[in-house]
Design a protein around this ligand. Structure first.
Ligand code: NAD
Ligand code: SSN
Length: 526
């Protein structure tokens, strides 16, 4: 069976005209250079012309600094309208935003399907999950407001611990969850009273362009400002000003490191980083083979393996490696590859133009060092379609052992002793999650302990994943700094401060009525 290139069918593509900018509460036409946004899908059979689905403004240094200035002015050293607004007002505004976003749900789902090629089911899930995340965040924020256990009386001092905004956030998200991941820091930041400059993901910008007018309508001028275009051009000037107080970045560590280095006062920059990962799966000899194959299949290949939480290196015990590979590869080759709107489709075109060539490089490197492609349909590609490719046996000499493939490539490592896994953990720079598949889980306690001290989440007989979004989502080593989740993100984007008095007459009630208790702060759960 050969693979043919993805051709746009009768479904009408969306078109989002992003020749405009959101700055200081206004959406204005952009007359500078623009970037065409193409879906990675060919217009017609025999043609390599991709489908044009929109434009984004290719902002320059001056335009991005203008967006920053608007955010700085709206923050006004903590005296801006939004920073001083009551929690109730901010809640009402976020609820208004949600209501407005839900009116463009279909448009956003469509552009996620065309621009980043999420299947219809996954694109809808990205939108709906984001709405659930916002609902959960609002619930948590309201609970924080009610917290009455934040008082301490000690040595004649009555003190209360509160949380307040930090200032100006620079927010960047990745192409694979362009809507959901940016919202995971954007919404908590807004609720806590910060002002934001949001850099739209270069691939994945259209979902945000669809909601530009909504932001202008809902929030006071300067509270939310968008920057679009090349990150290399627009981000360094912003970081160089030293006016960014929170750097909320979800993406690759290369870009994050480059930007962090530019801030002139890094010691005072609060960073929330969710970065690259190379999550490992460990398949033990006594695992339930059928159940393990099902979980590993979803864990390694949903959305073409383009998830930070994807299983990106599988350690399989050598005694069951043949049986595992036979069962797993059969399922891999059955996965339906096609266009996002086709029913039952699991694998779709890769939205990053350079990804097929990169995956080819990794495969060639592994093959030259002794690995084989072990699934029948592996290595097939056509334009941006790449069939999942299972490599075995993979070893430390190969690039795919070290690099985050972020695509449909599954490296499998045979192991004899758990020491082989421990050696990997010791040298790996990644530390997001891991999965263990075993029958006798208790016997795996030493392995689970080793993993618990190396990664942010250990999954037992289950794939790695971020959800449910109430759970803390973090990681160790170079994979993360700070924690995202419904419950943690509000703390990540705020700062704790204390109000204290020696005036006995004031009491808790008096203190609650003063020093911002009615406005820009909430009691923290201490
Ligand atoms: N840990 C997590 O929660 C999580 C979630 C999703 C994705 N990711 C990671 O994100 C990566 C995939 O996403 P990606 O390819 O969009 O990441 P990326 O680092 O290329 O891009 C992330 C953001 O940074 C911008 N950017 C990229 N290069 C830049 C540069 N040189 N200067 C300034 N800005 C720049 C992009 O426009 C985008 O908005 C993977 O490594 C994946 O593991 C992590
Ligand atoms: O890419 C990051 C998040 C993926 C997930 O939801 O598990």
């Amino acid at each position: 069976m050969t693979l043919s290139p993805p051709i746009a069918d009768a479904t009408a593509p969306p078109f989002v005209d992003g020749r405009k900018v959101l700055c200081n509460g206004k959406v204005e036409p952009w007359t500078g250079p623009v970037q065409e946004v193409f879906a990675p899908i060919y217009k017609a059979a025999g043609s390599e012309e991709k489908v044009l689905i929109g434009y984004q403004a290719r902002m320059d240094e001056a335009a991005s600094l203008k967006a920053l200035d608007a955010a700085v002015a709206s923050w006004s050293h903590g005296r801006g309208e939004w920073a001083l607004a009551t929690p109730e007002h901010r809640i009402a505004k976020i609820e208004e935003l949600v209501k407005e976003l839900k009116t463009v749900r279909e448009q956003i789902v469509q552009v996620l399907m065309w621009e980043i090629c999420k299947s219809a089911a996954d694109a809808a899930k990205e939108f709906d999950r984001t709405m659930d995340f916002i609902a959960g965040t609002l619930k948590e924020y309201k609970a924080m407001l009610k917290a009455d256990n934040a008082f301490v009386q000690m040595d004649g001092v009555l003190a209360q611990s509160r949380r307040g905004p930090i200032g100006v956030m620079l927010n960047l998200g990745p192409f694979n969850y362009p809507f959901n991941e940016t919202y995971c820091t954007l919404i908590p930041a807004l609720l806590m009273g910060n002002s934001v400059v949001m850099k739209l993901p270069n691939v994945g910008c259209l979902a945000h362009i669809c909601s530009m007018e909504t932001y202008a309508k809902v929030f006071p001028p300067g509270v939310v400002n968008f920057v679009s275009g090349a990150g290399r051009t627009t981000m360094p000037p912003i970081m160089a000003t030293g006016k960014v107080d929170i750097f909320a970045f979800i993406g690759g560590s290369k870009a994050a490191d480059a930007l962090l280095k530019i801030h002139p006062e890094p010691h005072r920059l609060k960073a929330s980083l969710a970065l690259d990962a190379k999550n490992l799966g460990v398949v033990m000899p006594d695992c339930d083979m059928a159940a393990t194959v099902t979980e590993v299949l979803a864990g390694s290949l949903s959305y073409n393996g383009q998830r930070c939480t994807a299983l990106k290196l599988l350690f399989v015990h050598e005694s069951i490696a043949d049986a595992f590979l036979a069962a797993y590869c059969a399922k891999v080759d059955e996965l339906k590859i096609g266009l996002p709107w086709e029913s039952g489709v699991k694998l779709t075109p890769l939205p990053e133009p350079n990804k097929p060539a990169y995956l080819r490089e990794l495969i060639a490197d592994a093959k030259s060092l002794g690995a084989k492609v072990v699934n029948q349909l592996g290595e097939q590609e056509a334009g941006p379609f790449v069939r999942p490719t299972v490599l075995y046996p993979v070893s430390e000499k190969m690039r795919v052992w070290h690099e985050e493939q972020f695509g449909p490539l599954v490296p499998v490592v045979p192991f004899r002793e758990l020491d082989d896994v421990y050696a990997y953990l010791a040298q790996s720079t990644f530390g997001q999650q891991a999965s263990v598949f075993a029958g006798d889980v208790v016997k795996c306690a030493p392995l689970l302990d080793a993993l618990a001290n190396s990664v942010g989440r250990v999954n037992i007989n289950a794939q790695c994943q971020r959800g449910p979004d109430y759970l803390p989502f973090s990681g160790r080593k170079s994979s993360a700094l700070g924690t995202l989740s419904v419950t943690e993100a509000l703390k990540t984007v705020s700062t704790e401060y204390v109000v204290a008095t020696k005036d006995n007459a004031m009491g808790k009630a008096g203190m609650l009525s003063l020093a911002g208790a009615q406005c820009n702060c909430v009691a923290s759960l201490i």
